[in-house]
Design a protein around this ligand. Structure first.
Ligand code: NOJ
Ligand code: CA
Length: 569
């Protein structure tokens, strides 16, 4: 799509990119077992030296991503945004945040990545927009009861003078879910609903404009060659228009909770699937669906709805055999009837990094439990995170890898308080450290900050400070260390991409469940063993060791270690 000189320049640059323009990947079911790498643009790589990651930085690092062995990248929102919630407050879907680049550069990036066999997934946030979005600005200006306000949830307050919130819905970000507006004459006006921050007003999905606009946004990005869309807060989007109170102990009839998992959501995703299907090649819809009920979760994955959804059930589990086994079984059982592949996720830009989480007495994940000063043994955590990498990469289905986990980065827990940025921290009365600790700019090279995140000679500091511990974790350093996390991930993803047994979807447990060991067979001739106990265990019969997360000790698999074995078929 040539639009102007910049675009032509970028495309001619793309044409001279080494190894560009071979045949792009064509497998129509690539998404069933893809390894997908999540890029948080702001913190991946800074190409122009202003301390903020950008598309230039990503383009420069595409060969790194190819060498890692991934099939696709998922970009957290890269659109124009005031970044009040890290970009999940979208002001304009048809523009890229100018700090990151331009739509023209995104188009080139998509092409360059494809030429290296990497598809692009973009993020769409249907539940809300930024308060700087044109629709919300128009709604504020148009005043009470205007048609412009019907695209959102504006309501009169309760109480004698409307001084009380319209309802008491809770927020996943703690704090209020309603903010009162001020009328043009300075008097207090209507309230508007925001399940997240006040800068993220919720959209009214009963309004046809809201549906149409999102369908157009999907087409806008599909037309630019993206291979898929990740759908933010996918189960929260539809509301009961009466906005009734939520009774936390009530058992709602399925599909009738006031703002979660409502039946009306399925129509929306069916229409999105029809749009995705109307494009050549396969365009995948990935839902961020947080639902404890796995049967309800699986309904979103029926053949005419989303292709896949994130498996948070598995991610939330502590590092122990019974809980992980149960989550694997539950996941596979829930997906089987709808024929969708499972996904396996260890973390993302919202979650405490695995190296830190697995080093804690309570290694399960729960937003509500995040606190400053939780004791952590990073050596134990790192060992377990290596084993977890091999365990998850061997499970049948798609794999998500969050940037920096391949380097074994820990959660950064000593960011100075005055540098914290995440609304989850501020809205918790500052008791929750928030999500900045997993969003610190990546260390690429060198011994001092910015560790190659920004180009040599850049004077601006990275937008979040990097700890000195990053000196030992740079890509440059890990590339020279055969025992590094990076090389373990590279070998695992590369093998996973070529081993027929791992590419298939057959999975069978071996042995019983009372052993502290997860032992399963994949396909014809690969067996995977993860030791979650305190004692070393013997390896089952095998013809070769394909990959081990840490060295064997006297021929035994030590605690917190996983191994991929070749067996005779
Ligand atoms: C889920 C996203 O992953 C998170 O980062 C964001 O804050 C919320 N949705 C709200 O959009
Ligand atoms: Ca930059």
């Amino acid at each position: 799509m040539i639009k102007d000189d910049t675009q032509e320049l970028l495309l001619s640059e793309a044409a001279s990119f080494p190894s560009l323009l071979p045949t792009p990947p064509t497998d129509p079911i690539w998404w069933r077992q893809a390894a997908i790498y999540q890029i948080y643009v702001r913190s991946f790589a800074d190409g122009n030296g202003d301390g903020i990651g950008d598309l230039r930085g990503v383009r420069d690092r595409l060969p790194y991503l190819r060498d890692l062995g991934i099939d696709a990248v998922w970009f957290t929102p890269w659109y124009e945004s005031p970044l009040k919630d890290g970009g999940y407050d979208v002001a304009d879907y048809r523009r890229i945040n100018p700090q990151f680049g331009s739509v023209e550069e995104a188009e080139v990036l998509i092409l360059e990545a494809l030429a290296l066999g990497i598809r692009t997934i973009v993020d769409v946030v249907p539940n809300h927009v930024s308060n700087r979005h044109a629709w919300f600005q128009q709604a504020l200006a148009a005043g009470a009861e205007s048609p412009e306000r019907e695209r959102f949830w504006f309501r009169e307050g309760r109480g004698d003078s409307g001084e009380l919130v319209p309802n008491e819905w809770p927020s996943s970000f703690s704090g209020d879910t309603w903010t009162r507006t001020t009328n043009a004459d300075g008097t207090p006006g209507e309230w508007y609903l925001h399940l997240f921050t006040p800068e993220q007003p919720d959209l009214n999905w009963d309004h046809p404009d809201v549906r149409r606009e999102h369908e157009d946004v999907l087409k806008f990005w599909f037309d630019r060659g993206v291979g898929g869309v990740r759908i933010d807060s996918a189960a929260l989007v539809v509301k009961d228009p009466a906005l009734p109170e939520i009774d936390p102990v009530a058992h709602y009839r399925q599909g009738e909770h006031p703002n979660l998992d409502r039946d009306g959501l399925h129509d929306i995703y069916r229409s999105w699937r029809a749009i995705a299907n109307s494009y050549e090649g396969s365009r995948v819809l990935v839902g961020e669906v947080w639902l404890a009920d796995l049967e309800r979760f699986a309904l979103y994955l029926r053949p005419d709805e989303l292709h896949t959804a994130f498996n948070f059930e598995f991610m939330n589990q502590p590092w122990n055999e019974p809980d992980l086994r149960k989550a694997i079984d539950g996941t596979l059982a829930a997906h089987a009837p709808v024929g969708a592949p499972s996904t396996w996720v260890l973390s993302n830009h919202d979650i405490t990094r695995p190296v830190t989480r697995y080093g804690r007495a309570d290694s399960s994940f729960d937003f509500a439990k995040k606190r400053f000063g939780t004791p952590t043994d990073l050596a134990v955590g790192a060992r377990r995170a290596r084993a977890a990498a091999l365990l998850t990469a061997a499970l049948p289905g798609a794999l998500y890898l969050y940037q920096g986990d391949e380097l074994g980065l820990p959660e950064v827990e000593d960011i100075p308080l005055d540098r914290l940025d995440d609304p989850m921290h501020f809205r918790s009365a500052r008791v929750d450290p928030g999500r900045d600790g997993c969003r610190v700019p990546l260390p690429w090279s060198g011994a001092v900050a910015p560790y190659g995140f920004s180009p040599d000679g850049a004077t601006a500091e990275p937008w979040l400070p990097q700890p000195t511990a990053f000196a030992g974790l740079t890509v440059e350093k890990q590339e020279q260390d055969p025992a590094s996390m990076l090389l373990l991930y590279r070998r695992a993803l590369q093998l996973r991409g070529i081993e027929p047994s791992l590419l298939g979807e057959t999975f069978t447990w071996v042995g019983d469940s009372a052993t502290n060991v997860l032992h399963f067979r994949r396909g014809e001739d690969v067996v995977v063993v993860t030791n979650l106990g305190d004692e070393p265990v013997a390896l089952p019969e095998h013809t070769a060791i394909l990959l081990c997360s840490d060295p064997l000790v006297e021929g035994l698999l030590p605690p917190d270690t996983a191994v991929w074995l070749r067996t005779s078929a």
